[in-house]
Each structure stands twice: as structure tokens, then as C-alpha cells.
Design a protein around this ligand. Sequence first.
Ligand code: PEP
Ligand code: MG
Length: 600
Amino acid sequence: MTHLDKQDNRPAPPARTLQGIGVSPGIVAAKVVVLKRQTLRAGWYHLPSDHIEKEVGRFTGAIRAAGDELLLLREKLADDLDDALSIIDSHLLMLRDRMIVERTTGIIRHKSVNAEWALAQALGEIEERFDRIDDPYIRERFADIKHVADRVFGLLSGREHEPFASEDQPVILVANDFSPEDTLHMQAGNVQGFLTEKGGITSHTAIVARSLGLPAVVGIEHATSLLATGDSIILDGGSGLIISDPTPAEVQRVQESIRRNRLLADELDSYIHLTSETKDGLAIRLSANIETLEELPAVLRFGSEGIGLFRSELDYFNNRQPPNEEQLLATYQRLLAAMAPYPATVRTLDVGGDKFLNRFPGNKAWLDRERNPALGLRSIRFSLYEQNMFRSQLRALFRASVHGRLQILLPLISAPAELRQVKEIVTAVLAELAEQRYPVADEVKIGMMVEVPSAVVMADVFAAEVDFFAIGTNDLIQYSLAIDRGNQYVANLYEPFHPAVLRMIRRTVEAGHACNIPVSLCGEMAGDPLCAPVLMGMGLDELSMRPAIVPRIKRLLRHSRSDELRQIAGEVLRCDDSEQVRDLLAKQLAGIYPREFYQR
Ligand code: PEP
Ligand code: MG
């Protein structure tokens, strides 16, 4: 058995544990400091009429001071913290928001009350509106408004900013919530990690923690009462597990794992700038799968040679209306410019199936009524049905193409007729752009995802029609083994090493190469150290994965010889069940990469 086997047999957690949501990976052990922060519990007082304008002035002064603080923080930030910068910018905008500023000054004037009370009232009204929103992502954005209001509230009441930076012992901070700016302040101190009662994986605080590499767990109810300053804990920002009062043996295990991770990270760092090729010079592109521009710094930091899959859905889900062409253009322009001269592969809208239907704007009620959404109007089928939306995405893509090396990827193609229809639309869009005198890059490659069995069977036909294939094993496994990828009852049957899956990958690679087109793979398999050597041996030209795993896969590649990889893939392809594949790999890989795969 290798240490990379499926992780479902983890030991049951010991009794002294709290389970939260791990939002930023890393394990740390330290004493906690609980910050019982004063929130908007404002006192009320009535103002004489001649004090009202002075009170409005005190409030607008606090708004200005909050803006100055944010600008100062912004200036101090390193340039590569793009995501943190854009969050601060959005907070600066909120300081000008009517719902906060005008409503608060209105309440001061109409009710003759103090600014703290008026601000608390305005915030309460905003919260009520957010509570009525179904979309959890948008609902979560209320936290940002509250962080901004908290800052203003603190300034009104003369509260100093809590000095995270002055902690001289390593500490883990615990609070009801932290703002993204708080998280940035932690960077300067001896803060090893944090945990909060509030928050979720997509909260901006979590995003900043991830980009700083600061381990964090959120969503532990009553954490500020359950833990007290001075308590020792272990915090696992990956699994979300907190162990309080750890035994010396547990602390030692954590320290050992921190030491090993540090060594591994240092070692992997040295691979970031090396080329991705085998010992004998076979190059395989290792690229990144991302969903937001916020991930770009990580893509560059971990040395990906391009974007193998940009999932373009978020621009559609974050808005109440489908985004317009200009909004999409802004996203694609930034993406392409940041990645140039490497290619950036943007997949057209892949809505439907398991992809957040409840978050899709425009009240497409009929989508919600689909009885079998995985087999319904999803991905390219949706784009061909809602052609205006599709045209607008294509226009934005082609207009952005002059800013870098664009590749367009079409999801869930299952029949040649779909490709023909797409081509007609592309031709019309290009003619329209030419007429409107928009420049378009000379070469924009158009490829298709191979993620349904019909695409594999017809791969020879499709290969003559597209510029590249990208195999989407997440869906290919779902559709070929008839296993809903989101259903926990059949999750144990979801098997990348099923011989049928392996043979389909092989067949697609052969069909692509017979037509001289490159074949990439961007399902989760690509970034799995156990699968990657097999995929390399099958002849894939590119593996696309989450950015942080790239150095580890690159190390595997650079320790391999192409004939060894081909031999492993050949043996794996001769197995007739997945257990046999796993047994074979456990033996073979432990021999070739002893430090990556060890046998117990
Ligand atoms: C896939 O299906 O393998 C894939 C990469 O796309 P997604 O996970 O977005 O469906
Ligand atoms: Mg897919």
C-alpha cells in the first residue's frame, strides 16, 4: 500500500476535536489568542437639532479615515498579491456605497441619533436584504460589507486596530470573524494561522489566507467560547480539524510533518523554474486549471506553462444578469496578458449538470426542472440553445485574443453536428468583428473536450475537425461508468483506473496523434501523483491540474525516463481490473520514485 492510496480510511478523530471548514491548507501547532472583538453593538443617544450636522461630519470623517487606512495598507502590499489588492479596492468602493453612506447619514438626520446607532441600523437593513437572497455566494458577500462597517465603527468609537503584529510568541488567532485586511496585518506578526466562527470557502478572508499561505479554518460555531487565550491547539487548514490540548506525541507528529512539508516544499521549489521533461528529453506541458483570475499569481508562482483549462462559469454565476461582452472581455484580456507568451485555454460556458444551477442568472426555471441534468441541456448544448449568450462569449474571446495566446475549448461535444454548428457561429462572429474593425489574433486554436464516450468512439472523425483535444476525465468517468460524480452513494465506484477509462484515454491520444493534433488531459487525474506517470506513458502532450501541484508532478516527470513511462502504461493497459492496476503501480512506482511512493 502506498501513502497515496484513497484517503477514506482516515483514523476517527480523537474526542478533543472541533471540526470546521479548512479554507487554507497547512498544519500548525501553537497557543491561541482569542479576540473577543467588539462588534456593532452600538449605544443609542438622541441629538439636539444643532448637533446633527456635526454628527454627520463625524461619520463622514470616519468614512474618510477608513479609506485612508485602506489606501495605506494597499500601498504596503506586494505587487504579486493581486487578489488581496482587488479585495481592498472593492472595500474602498463599499465606503462610497449608497446603502451604507447615504442611508446612515439619512438615519442620523431623520431620527436625530448618533452615527454608531445609525450605522448599525443601516447595516441591519442591508443584512435583511442579503438574508433574502437564495444564492449562497452572493449572501456570503454581506461579510465584506460588515468588515467595512466594522472598520468605520471602530474609528467612530476611537478603537485602535488590534496589534496582531506585536505577538512575540507564535500564536493562532481565534475570533468571530476577521476581515481580509486583518488577514493581511497578520502577515507581519508571529501569527501561524487563524480560526473563525464565521466564513466559508469563498469568503474573501479565505481567499487572502490562501494567497498568503496562512493556514486557516472557518465556520467553528462558538469557537471564541470553546477556546480560551493560552490554550494549545493543532490547526489543520486542509481538513478543517482542530485538536485542542494536544498530547506531546501529537505535537511531535505535527512538528515532524511540518518539517517534512518544509523540506518537500523547499525541494519542490527548486523544480519550479526547470523545464518539464523526462531525463531523456521528452517534454510534456504541465499547465493549470483555474476558475478565477485570483488564482493567476499561484499559476505563475508554481511554474505552470500555461492555462490548460480556464473554467469560465464564475463570471456568469457572480452576477444577477449574464455578463455583457465588455465584462467578459475584461476577464479574458487580463487572463491572456498575464499568461503570455504561454497559451491560455478558455473553455466556453459549461453550465448545467452539477454546475451550480441554482446560481445561474436569468431565471432559467426550465433548467431547474430538468429531471436528469447531467444528461440534459448542459455545456455546449446550452450555448447552442442560448446562442446570443454564446455569441457574446465568443466575441469577447476573439476580441481579447490579441492580448496573448488564446485557445478556445468546447465542452461536452458528443456529435459532429454540434461542431459544425459551432463553426458556423464562429465564422459569423469573426465576420461581424472584422466588419466592426476589431483586431483578432492571426491564430486562435479551437479544440474540444473529450468527455463523453461518443466523442472517444468518434475521436478519429473529430480529430480531423479540431486543433486539439482536451480529455475531461471527471466527466468521462461519470458518463462511461454511469456514476454520478456528485453522488456519495456511488463515489466508491468512481474509478480512474477502470480499464475502460484507461483504454478510452489511450484511444483518444492515438486518434489525436494520427491527425497530428496535441492531446491534453485536464480532469483531476492529471494532478494525482499515482495517475500522472501512467498518463505520461500513454503519450499525453499536456497535463493540466491545480496550480500548487505542478512542481510535484514536474519532479515525477523529471525523475522518469520515457521508455520506463511507456512500459508502465503498457502494463497498466493490459490489466483487466482496477485493483490489479493499483497493485501493479504500488510496486512499480515505489521502485522508480522511492521518495514519492514508499511501501509500508
Ligand atoms: C472534466 O470533466 O474532466 C473537466 C475537466 O471538466 P469539469 O470538471 O469542469 O467538468
Ligand atoms: Mg467536464
